[in-house]
Ligand binder design. Structure first.
Ligand SMILES: Nc1ncnc2c1ncn2[C@@H]1O[C@H](COP(=O)(O)OP(=O)(O)OP(=O)(O)O)[C@@H](O)[C@H]1O
Ligand SMILES: [Mg+2]
Length: 267
C-alpha cells in the first residue's frame, strides 16, 4: 500500500463524505437548545475565540460538546454553516472506523456572534496529547518513548490510509483517553471541521502537518527524539529526508515553538 493510501481509498472516502453531505439536515430544535446552553451560567467554556467556541454541557444528563462556528456571510448564503461540513466529515470518519467522537446534530444559530453549531460526544477521562506528553514523558523509559512515537505515527498514518487529510494535527487536536482500570490509552481525533475526507495531501500539506505536530509539543521531547520521529516518517515519505526539506522542517518547527512560547497559548 502506498504511504498515503491509494487513489481508490481517497475516492471512496470522498464518495462517503459527499453522501453524508447530501443526507445532512440541520436540526431546528438544536438552534434553540444551543441558545439556552449558551445562556446557561453552568456551562463549561472549554475554548472561546472569535471564530469558534467549545462548550461542555449536559444534555439529558449526558456530557456533550457544543461546538459553535462563526461562518463568513458568503458561506452561509449557500450552505448551512461550517458545522455541516464538520458533521459530514465526522460521520465519514466514524463509518471508516477512525477514532473521531460521534457527532449528533448540527444547526444554524445566532448566538454569541456564532452562526452554526454542532453537538458531539464528549470523550470522558481524556486530556490533549500535549498535556499527556508534558505530564507523562518525564517518567517514560526508552522503550515507552519508542512505543509512543510509534503510536502517534500510526494514529496519523491511519487517517491517510483511510483517505482523510486533517489540516490541523497539532497535539491539542488529539485526545488521549485513559479510563480508570484501562490497560492502555486510546487516541482520538477532534476538530472534525479540519478533516477533509477524500483529499490526498500535497507534500506541502504533509510538511505542514509535521510542523503542526512537532511544533505543538514543547516539553517532554528531546531534539534527538524529534529527529528520530522524522527519520521514522521517512519510511512513509522518503522525500522528507531530503536535506532541504529537513532544514525547512527544522526552521518552521523552531518558529512555531517560539510563537507558542511567546503567545503562551497553543499554536
Ligand atoms: N469531543 C470532545 N471530548 C472531550 N473534550 C473535547 C472534545 N472536543 C473538544 N474538547 C476539548 O476542548 C478543547 C478545545 O476544543 P477544539 O480543539 O475543538 O477547539 P478549537 O476551537 O478547534 O481549537 P483549535 O483551533 O486550537 O484546535 C480541546 O483541547 C479539548 O480539551
Ligand atoms: Mg482544536
Amino acid at each position: 500500500m502506498k504511504s498515503t493510501g491509494n487513489s481508490a481509498v481517497f475516492r471512496e472516502s470522498h464518495r462517503r463524505y459527499r453522501a453524508h453531505l447530501r443526507a445532512a439536515r440541520p436540526d431546528p430544535a438544536l438552534a434553540a437548545l444551543a441558545i439556552a446552553a449558551w445562556r446557561n451560567p453552568d456551562r463549561v467554556v472549554l475554548k472561546r475565540v472569535t471564530r469558534r467556541a467549545v462548550l461542555l454541557v449536559h444534555l439529558d444528563g449526558t456530557p456533550t460538546i457544543l461546538k459553535f462556528f462563526k461562518d463568513p456571510p458568503w458561506y452561509l448564503a449557500w450552505r448551512p454553516g461550517w458545522a455541516r461540513h464538520a458533521w459530514a466529515a465526522a460521520r465519514t470518519m466514524r463509518e471508516m472506523g477512525l477514532p473521531m467522537p460521534a457527532v449528533h446534530q448540527f444547526a444554524t444559530c445566532n448566538v454569541g456572534g456564532y452562526t452554526s453549531v454542532l453537538t458531539m460526544e464528549a470523550i470522558p477521562h481524556a486530556v490533549t496529547l500535549r498535556e499527556w506528553i508534558k505530564k507523562q514523558a518525564p517518567r517514560w523509559d526508552a522503550e515507552t518513548r519508542v512505543r509512543w512515537r510509534m503510536t502517534i505515527r500510526a494514529h496519523w498514518m491511519n487517517l491517510l490510509h483511510n483517505g482523510v487529510y486533517h489540516d490541523d494535527i497539532k497535539a491539542l487536536n488529539v485526545l488521549v483517553q485513559l479510563p480508570p482500570g484501562a490497560a492502555a490509552p486510546t487516541l482520538w481525533w477532534i476538530d472534525p471541521e479540519s478533516a477533509h475526507p477524500g483529499h490526498c495531501p500535497t507534500r506541502f500539506q504533509i510538511i505542514r502537518n509535521l510542523v503542526q505536530l512537532n511544533g505543538s509539543i514543547r516539553k517532554g521531547v528531546t531534539d534527538g527524539e524529534r529527529l528520530q520521529f522524522l527519520r521514522e516518517m521517512g519510511e512513509d515519505f522518503p522525500w522528507v529526508l531530503h536535506p532541504s526539506i529537513e532544514q525547512r522542517l527544522r526552521t518552521w518547527t523552531h518558529e512555531r515553538l517560539l510563537k507558542e512560547k511567546r503567545t503562551r497559548c497553543g499554536p
